[in-house]
Design a protein around this ligand. Structure first.
Ligand code: SF4
Length: 322
């Protein structure tokens, strides 16, 4: 059942105060809840730490809790497990995957890598643990430039799996990294024409974007950065209105931090879809979080071999990003 569904199905008393129960279980089990900025607002609000992939990896490395509950997607929980092999890591729904991580199956990537024997591999954290075992270093969107620049200029590099972030880093570092052809389904769906139209309707707004977006979208942006960088930018800016090209969950933190400012999700090519919502992230909800804490399942497990090999490039990143 758990394998089929990805989570344990259980009826919950509608009168139950879920937030109180989650907090009680968390204390009882000495657990910490880590949430990504892309989770639903109510999940971000119950978490002990909310952040981007770099912040979450750092928080996972520092926690003293015995159990980590990851409100995010599978590769993030895997990263927490790799950093904390002796701790139990649980995820409300095992099916919370990532289109970007899925775009780079380990066997196909191994064939690709074999074509470039003199290249080192920089892997964006949005990748499976198996891919990380084939990497020299991991990076996030917050530290990708710094990580790439930590290699000598003449060192040839492969960047995987996000071609858009790789392209962007090539453009700001002058590198010519070989790129794996992967992308995020949320960040690829923005429409340049509709963004321009929207900006014409809101001439007082500023357009900001995550570097997982495609180049024509990034060319329109006043500021490009990780979710943390976008959040800091809107807090510091004198502007009162922003059009934001990244997953919609970040608007929760932006609105909390700047209640007097207006945040508009960037428009998609398909105006009928909820394309700014990552369908994987949104598999998490309060009910599943409660059941997962109660049963301490689904648990994210990895073989010792994968943990040992994948930890090396993650630790290198954490050392450089201290
Ligand atoms: S928003 Fe994109 S990169 Fe992030 S988890 Fe969802 S599919 Fe993956």
């Amino acid at each position: 059942m758990l394998e089929d569904k990805g989570f344990i199905e259980e009826a919950i008393d509608p009168k139950m105060k879920l937030v109180e129960e989650i907090n009680r279980l968390k204390k009882e089990k000495n657990a910490v809840i880590l949430s990504h900025f892309y989770a639903e607002g109510e999940l971000q609000d119950i978490a002990d730490y909310v952040g981007d992939s770099l912040g979450l990896a750092q928080a996972a490395a520092q926690t003293k809790a015995e159990m980590i509950v990851f409100v995010g997607v599978h590769f993030m929980a895997e990263t927490a497990k790799i950093i904390n092999p002796s701790k139990k890591v649980i995820l409300p729904d095992l099916k919370a995957s990532c289109s970007l991580a899925e775009s780079a199956p380990a066997d196909k990537f191994a064939e690709f890598k074999a074509k470039y024997p003199d290249h080192k591999v920089v892997t964006y954290i949005n990748a499976t643990a198996a891919l990380k075992t084939m990497s020299d270093i991991v990076c996030t969107s917050a530290n990708a430039k710094q990580i790439v620049e930590s290699f000598p200029k003449d060192q040839k590099l492969i960047f995987a799996p996000d071609k858009n972030l790789g392209n962007y880093i090539n453009s700001i570092t002058g590198r010519e990294m070989v790129l794996w052809d992967g992308a995020c389904m949320v960040h690829e769906q923005y429409s340049v024409e509709k963004i321009i139209e929207l900006m014409d309707e809101h001439p007082d707004a500023e357009f900001i974007a995550h570097p997982e977006c495609e180049k024509p979208v990034l060319l329109l942006a006043k500021h490009i950065g990780s979710t943390t960088s976008l959040l800091k930018y809107v807090q510091k800016s004198d502007k009162k209105k922003f059009v934001v090209a990244t997953e919609s969950g970040i608007l929760h933190q932006m609105t909390k931090a700047c209640p007097d400012k207006i945040f508009i999700p960037a428009p998609s090519a398909d105006s009928t879809c909820a394309c700014n919502d990552c369908s994987y992230m949104k598999l998490n909800n309060l009910q599943k979080l409660y059941i997962c804490l109660k049963h301490e399942q689904p648990e994210v497990t990895l073989s010792n071999e994968i943990i040992e090999k994948a930890r090396i490039p993650i630790q290198r990143m954490l050392e450089i990003s201290k």
